[in-house]
Design a protein around this ligand. Structure first.
Ligand SMILES: [Zn+2]
Length: 326
């Protein structure tokens, strides 16, 4: 089996390769461009979409090994194939093959269909390293089209009431999913500057990405839907809008306390992560001999898998730091 270690990131020591380390490393695979997966590495393997987003989000000099989704390349003692992760633009899983076996590292991933990300793919592997953000049975997402229809209805009602609908969502990934849904429903998304920048990269990378969204203009908000990062919610800009009506789009909306926690008028369970049933389904699809879990309910999901007779361990727990797992 391919050896791995965990210390603030996953390392494949035989290949001197790190997977999504947030600390600067000589050589790393970057699964996607969310900031908790980026690092100031010397050499980077990533998809073209991730590379483009990374140049904007983490400028700097680095050696880039760009591999198309579905493409593969030989490196130090192994072959790496990038498979779509279905999470955001350019998000990729890394499938590693060597004389020692095969390993699939998911990064953040989602099996449900998406309007703005490429559909996920998978391969059977000896070792599966998977994210488990929603690794508890209570996190079962409703169908995405139903959630998007509820969000569109929320916006339409607000506009009819001469209020200003404000959708709070991460500027990269979730925002573009909302933009696609709003445009398809005939609504006009008006974007915060950070969201605008990310969306323009989607447009560059994907010529089929829809047009019709506009940049924020405080004089032109009537009849528009503002798409805004969650951390900018309490800004003066929002407070000055005519009758702001806010909604957050997050998988954590499945928690009954979400509206209270996010201090919004509504919360919709739109997520770009696999939910609990899909995490289980993924293990069945990949048929691994061992599983390592990362993020969210990693320990709980690993324990769940062990009860089902599958060897599984959480990686990112304090008591396992620097643990050699080979
Ligand atoms: Zn992510």
């Amino acid at each position: 089996m391919i050896q791995l270690r965990y210390k603030h990131g996953v390392e494949l020591p035989e290949h001197r390769l790190w997977l999504d380390s947030q600390r600067a490393k000589p050589f790393a695979f970057v699964s996607h461009a969310h900031s908790d997966h980026l690092g100031a590495h010397d050499e980077v393997i990533a998809s073209p979409g991730t590379m483009a987003l990374m140049r904007e989000r983490m400028p700097g000099v680095r050696t880039e090994h760009e591999i198309e989704i579905g493409g593969s390349r030989a490196f130090d003692g192994c072959r790496i194939t990038l498979l779509s992760a279905g999470h955001i633009l350019g998000s990729a899983q890394s499938f590693v093959e060597s004389d020692a076996g095969t390993l699939l590292y998911t990064g953040d991933f989602k099996l449900r269909p998406s309007l703005s990300a490429e559909p996920a793919a998978w391969r059977c592997a000896d070792t599966l390293i998977m994210e488990t953000t929603f690794g508890l049975p209570r996190y079962e997402m409703p169908p995405t089209d139903e959630v998007l229809a509820q969000i569109v209805a929320f916006c339409r009602t607000a506009i009819e009431d001469r209020a200003t609908p404000v959708l709070l969502s991460y500027s990269l990934g979730k925002a573009q999913e909302l933009i696609c849904a709003l445009l398809a429903a005939g609504l006009t998304p008006m974007l915060h500057e950070a969201t605008w920048k990310m969306t323009e990269i989607y447009r560059e990378q994907r010529p089929d990405f829809p047009t019709g969204y506009v940049r924020f203009d405080p004089q032109q908000t009537a009849g528009k839907v503002l798409v805004w990062p969650p951390n900018a919610k309490r800004s003066q800009t929002i407070a000055r809008l005519p009758k702001p009506r806010t909604a957050v789009a997050t998988g954590w909306a499945l928690d009954p306390s979400a509206i209270h926690r996010y201090k919004c008028d509504a919360a919709f369970p739109l997520s770009d992560h696999a939910d609990y049933p899909d995490l289980l389904r993924y293990v069945t699809l990949v048929q691994p001999r061992r599983v390592f879990t990362l993020h969210g309910f990693a320990a709980e999901f690993a324990a769940d898998l062990r009860l089902r007779g599958i060897e599984a361990w959480a990686l990112n727990k304090a008591n396992q730091l620097d643990l050699a797992l080979s």
